[in-house]
Design a protein around this ligand. Sequence first.
Ligand code: GLC
Length: 539
Amino acid sequence: MPETPWWRRGVVYQIAVPSFADSNGDGRGDLRGIIERLDYLNDSTDTSLGIDAIWLTPINMSPLSDFGYDVSDYYSIDPRFGTMRDFDELVEECHRRGIRVVMDLVLNHTSIDHPWFVESRSSRDNHKRDWYIWRDGRAPGKPPNDWLAVVEGSAWQYDETTDQYYYHAFLPFQPDLNWRNPDVRREMLGVARFWLDKGVDGFRLDLVNCLYEDVLLRNNPPKLGPRPYLAQKHVHDLSQPESLEIASELRRLADEFEGRVLMGEVLTDMPDVCVDYLGDGTDRLHLSFYFDFIRIKWNSGAFRRSVRWLEEHIPRDEWPCYYLSNHDLPRSYTRLGGSHPRARAKVAAVMLLTLRGTPILYYGEEIGMPSSRVPRRMLDDPIGRKFWPLRVGRDGSRAPMQWSAKANAGFSSWRSWLPVDSSYRSRNVEQQGGRPDSLLSWYRQLLCLRKANQALHSGDYHEIDQVPAGVFAYTRQSGPEAVAVYLNFTAHRIACPRPPEPPPGRAWHVLLSTHEADRTSGLSHIRLMPNEALLIEAI
Ligand code: GLC
């Protein structure tokens, strides 16, 4: 049997670079800060978290008007995050510890300050004009068509200099590159090669299905939806077949190197589009984020159905990729926690780390960082600043990592670019690290277990369907090794029927439970305690 590649077996830890660790006291996280915290992430002992890869939010030169998702030079590191030497050292130090490094690659758009755009907008006949998407309006004051920006409003920005509109799928300061121009395509693939040559282990591809738009710029048909953007069928501005070709081209490039991974952010409300980006398993992306989990509430049936959908639709040789939080969403501790956030966070951790698929763990999730309330005057996110108070923006999930109860939560010796969440005094790495019953200790145990257990990191998935409402249960199996996972989503005790037959010659034994001390019954019947996550193993 060929060895499972690292990106299937492993757990990816997402680091929001500006908020993880500040080494120089300027209030913003940086690469040296990450280097200093690598032992926390994985020093190969069971006192570290034990993750396998880090995904860094963008670190390229940028005005940082959108958390770095507005690049002004793809070949350099923003000095606020460090130098190229720091980057090389980070990669080297990570590799020494067996940690892979995944970079965010923003291919769809640049910053308005990128020299390419500065040239492009300067005149209609500039040689970079066609690097972006420029069009005449339909009539004075009327944009070329009805396309809307993801964040709202027309996706076309009028530019006086040349009396034309440019296209931006996201915010007006993020003009879309024109991927139909072969020079753009060549340049951007060159960017990917540049970083692969420097030793990065892969990319998280930002908005990978947004690269191309309909060549005729046809209007999107309407549909019912709660806000204008969602009241269009995005058939002409998103997910054009040419974007899939780029996924394939990037795959061919990545395959020239050893063990690299492409993880795609696919912007869509249709899960089958996410699956499309995986192709047959060899010809497109390795992983495509499954966004469905972020839409559903804390409900066993909803998660069961969501997983079932993916398991039924993803090609057999393909691999899911799950996450519960990221830098764009309210954190799972707050979103899913209800009145039992601590207990649910442990159940959610088990689900994330034991489903068939690669888990992405967002920094701070392992200590139960909540979404914070950021006062209006301190907002950084352009969405929050523009739409307050209707939309508070994404800063609440980007607060500094809570390392200790010291000033600035130990994130910085001097200050902090976003306010630290008030929970830091009682909820931080230092305090939880020393407590066996903490969420952090729970994550460490689970990660350690997952690493050692073939069924958990690489096995097949089978839903256990004979379970009462409120419970989500499944088995993971690899050859004779099997683990059954029972998750009680309710605050009640629930009795489940007998577990499925273990593999021949084996019997079920408790492997791990959130309620070890309370477990009195045997395994002929499973009696779950309120909010219990139980793992049993066939031995
Ligand atoms: C992605 C990023 C988000 C960013 C946007 C524009 O959705 O996750 O943070 O604002 O792309 O690049």
